[in-house]
Ligand binder design. Structure first.
Ligand code: PMV
Length: 301
């Protein structure tokens, strides 16, 4: 049996603008999905309370298909998933699952895939399930750490608290594709207003890189607050997301913003006092996760 785990991610800067080629900074976080695989007579999946056919989970189904196109299997495979990553919350649960599964299959069946092969295959799986997907989630989940996208450049690690606040909005009401097309609609209707907002978001990342290098988290937090305002102006905020963002700031966070597509999902705060910020987020009706940077991406357990 082989078991691999892969981490979730947050965006410190640049979601939505990255769709238009602007830079973004993403960070792998220590919330992991563990996947175990072993050869078996039949192919089956156990995940949470679910026990049954792999077709029930499109990411598992597509990942297995993609693996078998490269390495035909002589037996079935039994797959078990255990995850700390809230599903469909915009912090990369599907990427963590896909990356961990492909790595576990690669080890168990002797494929010997490199990390870049895992990244590319996992991105292909996300594209076939979702229709479109940015390479950020699968790259960050595979490689870990803090990463400047689309350059795929690893940055210095973050040494302060990171708290994620989940609004627990149903994933069906806030699909990434819907939020991306909402921004596209606004951009098409008001290009002279929206294009400069997108460029302004893009300019935050290089500034963020130099502040992160210096360990100036108060500066990084100020830029995150600006990024939140710009995302709000693109129409991807919600009242609850903003309540969690303001609660985190009131509890002393350096800065707080939406992370991911918005329309619900999660926000992220950088802070000194993670416990206080988490209490603020929970007091405002969110579910808080105090996390560290996942310096390591996918790994064998
Ligand atoms: O909510 P998530 O983790 O799927 O992030 C979406 C990020 C966007 O920039 C809005 C879209 C993308 O594909 O980059």
């Amino acid at each position: 049996m082989a078991t691999c785990s892969a981490p979730a991610k947050v965006y410190l800067f640049g979601e939505h603008a990255v769709v238009y080629g602007e830079p973004a900074i993403a960070c792998a976080v220590e919330l992991r999905t563990h996947v175990s695989v072993k050869p078996s007579r039949n192919t089956s999946l156990v995940s949470g309370g679910f026990r049954g056919r792999v077709e029930k989970n499109p990411y598992v189904y597509e990942a297995l298909k993609s693996f078998q196109q490269r390495v035909p299997l002589k037996s079935g495979v039994s797959i078990r998933i255990v995850s700390d990553v809230p599903s469909g919350a915009g912090i990369g649960s599907s990427a963590a699952l896909t990356v961990a599964l492909l790595s576990a299959l690669s080890i168990e069946f002797g494929a010997g895939f490199s990390l870049s092969e895992i990244t590319e295959m996992a991105h292909g799986v996300e594209r076939s399930v979702q229709g479109a997907a940015s390479p950020t989630d699968t790259f960050v989940s595979t490689m870990g750490g803090v990463v400047l996208m689309p350059m795929r450049e690893k940055l210095k690690c973050i040494h302060c608290g990171i708290v994620i606040g989940d609004t627990c909005t149903p994933a069906s009401s806030r699909k990434t594709a819907t939020m991306v097309s909402r921004v596209a609609g606004l951009k098409k209707a008001y290009p002279e207003i929206v294009d400069p907002i997108i460029s302004a978001i893009g300019r935050l990342s290089p500034l963020g890189v130099s502040l992160l290098e210096k360990g100036d988290y108060s500066g990084v937090g100020s830029l995150m607050n600006i990024n939140h305002g710009l995302l709000e102006s693109l129409g991807v905020g919600t009242p609850l997301l903003s309540s969690l963002v303001y609660a985190a700031r009131d509890a002393g966070a350096f800065g707080a913003k939406i992370t991911g597509a918005g329309g619900g999902g999660c926000m992220v705060a950088l802070c000194d006092d993670s416990t206080g910020v988490a209490a603020g987020i929970e007091g405002a009706g969110g579910r808080a996760y105090m996390v560290d940077v996942a310096r390591e991406g996918v790994r064998e357990e």
